[in-house]
Write a protein that binds this ligand. Structure first.
Ligand code: SF4
Length: 308
């Protein structure tokens, strides 16, 4: 399975079958909080990657053998950079009634071709982390050629014409976008964009830059209330007992491996045949429970069992 991973139990989406359309790690941004590490290929040039027939075959194989609530185009960077995303969404929709979601940073929605491609999804979740260009440069570190105002206009015009659900995700980073002024600016953009839902998130470790720190729960709740009374905190969305059980199983597989020797995300992913994104998710859970620790060795981040 080269392109499809999971289904990953997701707080927001249920059992989400991930579809990765890019080589690791290709993105139009290089966010300081990125859980995948620094962007190695920063670009705004769309390209074809992967064989569409094989990707569709992988998806069909998975949905025929596992319970899947949603098929999510996300993966190792910005999925709209793959110029086949529109064709793939269309072909998935011909084969199944399972809803299709796109997790995007929203940077390219101002381009007609990108907007047209992802309009075919049922749910689009773009990000908006800042209220002005200065913070955009500091937090998202966009590719040269991307303008903050174009990005915001792209979000607003896509939302106006999109028939599916449009949820806006805001990642809060301590000291970067949590000042009263910044929050007022973000709120004003959210009011213009008018998403169906606002979801607040904060940094999970380890981010691309170690100075990208989370805001406290109290602060996040306060910000959510200012931006939108109905805004949700992603980590507070409830998980069903079934999903919790599934998560526990995968968590245990990773824990068993780390008890034997320290590993990088890539090593865990390839040994257990789990996608990097999925591994990162379970490592965050283990880290929150203080079961593992991290150590930088030769420029690579290793995870090891805390009690070793
Ligand atoms: S967080 Fe998303 S948008 Fe930002 S660098 Fe990582 S993959 Fe790209």
């Amino acid at each position: 399975m080269k392109h499809v991973f999971g289904p990953v139990p997701s707080r927001r989406l249920g059992r989400s079958l991930g579809v990765d359309l890019l080589p690791f790690k290709t993105c139009s941004y290089d966010c300081i909080y990125c859980q995948l590490g620094r962007t190695t290929d920063k670009t705004i040039n769309r390209f074809a990657w992967g064989n569409c027939d094989l990707i569709i075959k992988e998806i069909i194989q998975e949905i025929n053998s596992k319970k899947v609530d949603i098929i999510t185009f996300s993966g190792s960077g910005e999925p709209t950079l793959n110029e086949n995303i529109g064709t793939l969404i269309e072909r998935v929709r011909e084969k199944t009634d399972i809803p299709v979601a796109v997790l995007t940073n929203g940077s390219l929605l101002f381009l007609d071709e990108v907007s047209r491609d992802i309009r075919k999804a049922d749910l689009v979740i773009p990000s908006l982390d800042c209220g002005n260009d200065k913070s955009f440069q500091r937090i998202n570190r966009p590719c040269k050629g991307l303008e903050f105002t174009d990005m915001v206009k792209g979000l607003a015009s896509f939302q106006r014409s999109f028939k599916g659900d449009f949820w806006l995700e805001i990642m809060m980073v301590k000291g970067f976008n949590d000042s009263p002024r910044e929050i007022r600016e973000i709120k004003s953009l959210v009011d213009q964009i008018k998403p169906d839902k606002v979801q607040l998130n904060t940094v999970s470790r380890p981010p691309a830059e170690n100075y990208a720190a989370p805001v406290s729960s109290e602060k996040a709740l306060e910000i959510a209330g200012i931006i939108d009374q109905k805004a949700e905190m992603i980590r507070d969305i409830e998980l069903s007992p079934e999903l919790l059980e599934e998560m526990e199983k995968n968590e245990n597989r990773i824990a068993e491996m780390l008890k034997r020797r320290p590993c990088t995300v890539r090593q865990i992913a390839s040994s257990l045949s789990i996608h990097e994104n999925e591994v990162v998710k379970y490592l965050q859970i283990l880290e929150k429970k203080s079961k593992i620790k991290t150590k930088n060795f030769g420029g690579e981040l290793f995870y090891s069992w805390e009690l070793q």
